[in-house]
Design a protein around this ligand. Structure first.
Ligand code: PMP
Ligand code: GLU
Length: 388
């Protein structure tokens, strides 16, 4: 009955585990969940007020498919101010989360049999969207020993005549690794004289603890032309439920194709979200962003120290995002079983590394209170002792 394409799709593991943890908690079980890729803060007041105003003013109708002009202008201004990137409003599409932007891109560009290069560990959604679009994922593996970053040599070796796209995520979900400008430029050099697209997922741009963020499209004119920049507000201003993301590309033909797809699938994103998002983009929420970043940095330092005190576990201190990708190879080579047992025996939910393409790790989100982090890591360490 169902199509081959839908049967090939797996549900999101990160969402599945967060949902299961929520259900167990609702049944009254003592569960600590570090599985969700979601800030534990509320959306800043200034953003909420814009939404309330939009409702009261009756801004509740269809809008242009890619977004209202003032939103697209606010995105263009943000890309110029923060990233020194020149995009016209006509080169931008607002969508229902960055996930929807990624879906639009894959549907517009991936042809049956095309290869998409994805560094692992990767965010769970990328290979699924590639397969769903008829493409084939070509994985470049990285480990904690190489900082979870690919090298130009690895990229070169992965390219074939069928390569259509490279997906880069910096800061990374699940490792928090951040590429420097020099590293991105070196990867860009490998792509010169090819017609390979780069999708740069910059969702965690505002959550940087060490070093600085570099937008992939900003490293050279060549990278600007081939890169589709994807970003949103889910993480930076805690707007996961509002469903707002966007993409920007200098290629007008590509942007027009994705507007066409969105016009026939979801139309515009929520009109109220659009008004609210402007306040998340234009600097009015900057103090809130900084407050959250500082809180995450403290939690990162706490969690990294507690994990690295344990002889069975080790973790690199992530330069960005709010995840730790914890190495469990001394106690387990089956991260799925490890996470299932940890949840049933200690009531702690984390996501198995295998879901991100890397066995021997789990992902721990430190978007939780310091008390929860301390208690959760104590339980994980006690669990590791029992299975050693
Ligand atoms: N990219 C990355 C790397 C993510 O972790 C997520 C998860 N929230 C997304 C994109 C999608 O975010 P959203 O759809 O909420 O904008
Ligand atoms: N991106 C978040 C995560 O990695 C949210 C869940 C999802 O969209 O898969 O946990």
């Amino acid at each position: 009955m169902l199509t081959k394409r839908i049967n090939s799709l797996s549900p999101s593991l990160t969402i599945a585990i967060s949902t299961l943890a929520g259900e167990l908690k609702a049944q009254g079980k003592d569960i600590l969940s570090f599985s969700a890729g979601e800030p534990d803060f509320g959306t800043p007041q200034v953003i909420k007020e814009e939404a309330i105003k939009a409702i009261n003013e009756g801004f509740t109708r269809y809008t242009p498919v890619p977004g209202i002009p003032e939103l697209l202008e606010a995105i263009a201004a943000k890309l110029k101010r923060d990233n020194n990137l020149d995009y016209k409003p006509s080169q931008i599409i607002a969508s229902n989360g960055a996930k929807h932007s990624l879906f639009n891109i894959m549907q517009a560009l991936i042809e049956e049999g095309d290869e998409v290069i994805i560094p692992s560990p990767y965010w769970v959604t990328y290979p699924e969207l590639v397969t769903y679009s008829g493409g084939k994922s070509v994985i470049i593996e990285t480990q904690d020993s190489d900082g979870f970053k690919i090298t130009p040599e690895q990229l070169k070796a992965a390219i074939t005549p069928k390569t259509k796209m490279l997906i880069l995520t910096s800061p990374s979900n699940p490792t928090g690794a951040v590429y420097t400008r020099e590293e991105l430029a070196a990867l860009g050099k490998v792509l010169e004289n090819t017609d390979i697209w780069v999708v740069s997922d910059e969702m965690y741009e505002k959550l940087i603890y060490d070093g600085t963020f570099t937008a992939t499209a900003s490293v050279s004119d060549d990278m600007y032309r081939r890169t589709i920049t994807v970003n949103g507000l889910s993480k930076s201003v805690a707007m996961t439920g509002w469903r707002f993301g966007y993409l920007a590309s200098a290629n007008e033909e590509l942007v027009a194709a994705m507007k066409k797809l969105q016009s026939q699938s979801t139309s515009n994103i929520c009109s109220i979200t659009q008004k609210a998002a402007i306040a998340g983009l234009d600097g009015r929420a900057d103090a809130d962003i900084e407050m959250m970043r500082e809180a995450f940095k403290k939690r990162r330092d706490l969690a990294v120290a507690l994990f690295n005190e344990d002889e069975n576990l080790s973790v690199l201190s992530p330069a960005g995002a709010f995840y730790l990708f914890v190495n469990i190879k001394k106690v387990s080579n089956d991260s799925m079983q490890f996470c299932k047992d940890l949840l049933s025996e200690k009531g702690v939910a984390v996501v198995p590394g295998v879901g991100f393409g890397s066995e021997g790790y789990f992902r721990f989100s430190f978007a939780s209170s310091e008390e929860q982090i301390k208690e959760g890591i104590a339980r994980i360490r006690a669990f590791c002792k029992t299975i050693k």
